[in-house]
Design a binder for this molecule. Structure first.
Ligand code: HEC
Ligand code: HEC
Length: 350
């Protein structure tokens, strides 16, 4: 009998150990969501909340992997399957990935330079696009920053601090589409939640990581300092500076530019949309015909001048809804523009 009791105790003990090992550092918050503080898995937003930071406007208290999958379908294909039937397309002209990448875009994630972004795109075989990546979108707290007000006017006002509204603005206006239904918006939010930044994505010091792990033992002041450090380790919003079209007599026309970098921009950006006239009537390739077209127009201010189109894009109009987004300084520097011109010049045989 005594032995039996001991066995039972042992069993309970072993089960408890296994259960603790399984759950790891998981805690339940007031809404019943499991959030982990295991630094190898923890989400940035969860850690911030545990440290006592305020919720973000769009903080989610639940996560549903099936909804995230539907969100991914909408992002990649513009529609999904509902009850065996295709849902209505968000836009006839675009899908989100025409303008946004889905993964990491910088080696150092606090970097915002277009040179570092192109380098990372080249090293990792991804595109170089006018919109910012969806990776870490959930962790941002401001959208359509700075000069985007010039393009979208009062539309940005409600979208600047509310992710759901930013998604709606982009679905209707940037995508030349429509506002999302509630279930579509929710699914995309779950997709963003799934692809939020993890603590291990940030370059925190070993000591900071240790402090995250033992957060409950920290004093209030230490917690606050750690919140500040974490928030400095990623961007809460991407800057957006509109540059003017360089005046004719100030242009370098490729002089001193690097055509090899220009080729990368052409392939990873322009051809992403223009190869085979994918989202537009204008079909571009790496032949001298495309280059000749650009070179003939390079001096002017028409939409076919690289200097003009890159800084202003085009606008959608009735009967012609597809438009080209502009490149901000953060998405293409004037030096890179000159590199692109140098490549086009070479290709045109000039
Ligand atoms: C034709 C190009 C284009 C398409 C298509 C497009 N976007 Fe955008 N989107 C942009 C640009 C340009 C911005 C400006 C801010 C940025 O991303 O840098 C933007 C901004 C956003 C932002 C705010 C991001 C920020 O950090 O400021 C969200 C959210 C967004 N888009 C979601 C979507 C979703 C969801 C879709 C698909 C339904 C979509 N976009 C389709 C071009 C596009
Ligand atoms: C997100 C997709 C996208 C990207 C990236 C893109 N374009 Fe466009 N571009 C368009 C669309 C859409 C139009 C509108 C043309 C139309 O009406 O079909 C356009 C129009 C143009 C036009 C004007 C054509 C005309 O008939 O006036 C030029 C020139 C052009 N793009 C060049 C470029 C170059 C150079 C790049 C790279 C730096 C580039 N585009 C990147 C989508 C894109």
């Amino acid at each position: 009998m005594k032995l039996q009791l001991k066995k039972t105790f042992n069993l309970i003990f072993v089960t408890a150990i296994i259960a603790i090992a399984f759950l790891g550092f998981k805690f339940e918050n007031k809404n019943g969501v499991y959030r982990t503080m295991d630094v190898n898995k923890a989400n940035v937003s969860d850690v911030l909340i545990f440290l006592g930071d305020d919720d973000m406007v769009h903080s989610m208290t639940s996560f549903d992997a099936d909804k995230a999958k539907i969100g991914e379908d909408l992002i990649l294909n513009g529609r999904t399957i509902v009850n065996g039937k295709k849902s209505k397309r968000i836009s006839k002209y675009f899908v989100c990935t025409d303008c946004h990448n889905l993964g990491r875009e910088f080696k150092t994630i606090t970097d915002e330079s277009s040179e570092a972004r192109l380098k990372y795109a080249d090293d990792n075989g991804i595109s170089f696009l006018p919109g910012s990546t969806f990776w870490g979108m959930y962790n941002r707290t401001s959208f359509y920053n700075n000069d985007y007000e010039k393009k979208y006017g009062s539309l940005v006002v409600n979208s600047r601090d509310t992710l759901q509204n930013a998604i709606q603005l982009c679905s209707k206006y940037c995508s030349s589409g429509r506002y999302l239904k509630d279930w579509e918006l929710e699914s995309i939010m779950h997709y963003y939640k799934k692809n939020e930044l993890k603590i291990k994505d940030l370059s925190l010091s070993e000591n900071d990581m240790k402090n995250v792990q033992k957060y409950s033992k920290l004093k209030d002041g230490e917690k606050e300092a750690l919140i500040v450090k974490i928030k400095k380790s990623y961007l809460q919003g991407y800057g957006a500076t509109f540059l003017p079209t360089i005046l004719t007599d100030k242009r370098k026309y490729g002089e001193g530019g690097n055509p090899e970098i220009g080729l990368k921009i052409y392939e990873k950006s322009c051809l992403h949309c223009h190869a085979g006239a994918r989202v537009t009537n204008l079909s571009l390739d790496k032949g001298s015909l495309s280059a000749g077209l650009f070179w003939r127009k390079i001096k002017g201010y028409s939409d076919k001048s690289l200097y003009q189109i890159i800084r202003h894009g085009t606008y959608s109009k009735t009967g012609r809804k597809q438009y080209m987004p502009l490149y901000t300084k953060e998405k293409m520097s004037d030096e890179q523009l000159n590199d692109l011109v140098a490549y086009i010049k070479q290709l045109a045989g000039k």
